[in-house]
Design a protein around this ligand. Structure first.
Ligand SMILES: Nc1ncnc2c1ncn2[C@@H]1O[C@H](COP(=O)(O)OP(=O)(O)O)[C@@H](O)[C@H]1O
Ligand SMILES: [Mg+2]
Length: 375
């Protein structure tokens, strides 16, 4: 078991692509950290530098207290699981699991112990005698994870290990990885482009874009206190609604005007704005679809719009609404408390009034896209 520390790590490929910029992170012993971000943001490159599969152009990488920039991959005491879990097709599952240990000339009894234990942890004991082609996709992926487990490494690296599985299996394997982590109790670094995977698996999430870390935090922190517009929109599904608004600094607080509605900000938000020396300005206002409420009585101060699409998702409706210059605002409305009349009023083509509590809104500077609240 070990910590992993990256200090000012940078990667420039031979073709001058700067894939990773000034990456600073201290991953604690036994922590489960997820790198998440859109395709091409540098996740795999960072993981491969930790594994030793790519050279580090600048900066320092430590595993435990040891600087490992120039240590061979095989001497780093880590194991990696890839998206394309290339199993050896012509040998059995047992031999696939044993392979890396045999290369290391490990004692036969020890190999047997480790293979049986990994198979047991992953629930693949009954398939040990089979060849990979006689396994389902999920079973093959378990074997791929098993090949990492038998090494008993200090650090597990996983690069989109579930991306090749269908949606149902992916959810199931995600839950299995949570259990696996509890059993192995070691350091995990996990790469995914899927924010749901990141949120459910990570103790901490590292959100990346264009080679730069955007924010590091617990799932709750990145969800509730995003540092910039990118993080706010990347985390959460459907994504956060963004409105153009005007922030007004008043005698004893702040208010926001947007789409004909005036919102007085709560004291907590006012205190944050004061602390950050924010004056009256144009702002981007963020509000999540699940925090929106429909105003059926139409009395309260509300935003008026027109429902363009009504998606019935089972326990909730996803309403797409055009309101002012905001053409596609999404509202997630639970169906359980709706009367038949209320539900009928939410058909596409109808007008709608909606609002949201100021407690949950986000405020961004339109020029820098940085949060005016959290930094
Ligand atoms: N071997 C390589 N040579 C040159 N450029 C590369 C190489 N591998 C990746 N890149 C580039 O580095 C950037 C980051 O890639 P990668 O780390 O694979 O992103 P991610 O895993 O987040 O999708 C991309 O612009 C990609 O095109
Ligand atoms: Mg990748």
């Amino acid at each position: 078991m070990a910590s992993v520390t990256l200090e000012h790590v940078k990667k420039i490929y031979d073709n001058h692509v700067v894939a990773v910029q000034d990456f600073n992170l201290n991953i604690k012993d036994k922590e489960f950290v997820v790198f998440v971000g859109p395709s091409g943001c540098g996740k795999s490159t960072t993981l491969r530098m930790i594994a030793g599969l790519e050279d580090i152009s600048e900066g320092t990488l430590k595993i435990g207290e040891r600087v490992v920039n120039d240590v061979e991959p095989k001497d780093r005491d880590i194991a990696m699981v890839f998206q394309n879990y290339a199993l050896y097709p012509h040998i059995t599952v047992y031999e696939n699991l044993a392979f890396s240990l045999r290369i290391r000339k490990m004692d036969k009894n020890e190999i047997h112990r480790r293979v049986c234990q990994a198979a047991e942890i992953l629930g693949i004991t009954e398939y040990l005698a089979r060849k990979p082609k006689a396994l389902s996709g999920g079973q093959r992926q378990r074997v791929a994870i098993g090949r990492a487990i038998v090494r008993e490494p200090q650090v597990f690296l996983m690069d989109e290990p579930l991306s090749n599985l269908d949606a149902k299996l992916r959810n199931q394997m995600r839950a299995e990885i949570i259990l696996l982590r509890k059993r192995l109790d070691t350091t995990f670094i996990y790469v995914t482009h899927d924010q749901t995977e990141a949120m459910t698996l990570g103790d901490r999430i590292v959100i990346m874009k264009d080679g730069f870390i955007q924010q590091v935090g617990t799932p709750q922190e990145v969800f509730e206190t995003p540092h910039n517009l990118f993080v706010a929109c990347f985390i959460g599904s459907p994504q956060m609604n963004i409105f153009n608004g005007k922030l007004v600094k008043e005698a004893n607080g702040y208010s926001v005007n947007l789409l004909g509605m005036k919102l007085n900000l709560d004291e907590e938000k006012c205190a944050l704005l004061r602390k950050n020396n924010v004056s009256s300005m144009d702002v981007l206002v963020g509000a999540r679809p699940e925090h929106m409420t429909v105003c059926f009585d139409n009395k309260a101060s509300a935003i008026n719009g027109m429902i363009t699409v009504n998606e019935m998702m089972g326990s909730e409706l996803h309403l797409h609404v055009a309101a002012g210059d905001s053409k596609n605002t999404i509202l997630r409305i639970p169906t359980i408390d709706l009367t038949p009349a209320q539900r009928a009023s939410l058909d596409a083509g109808n007008s709608i009034a909606f609002t949201f509590p100021t407690k949950v809104i986000q405020l961004f500077d339109p020029a820098t896209e940085e949060s005016l609240l959290y930094r």
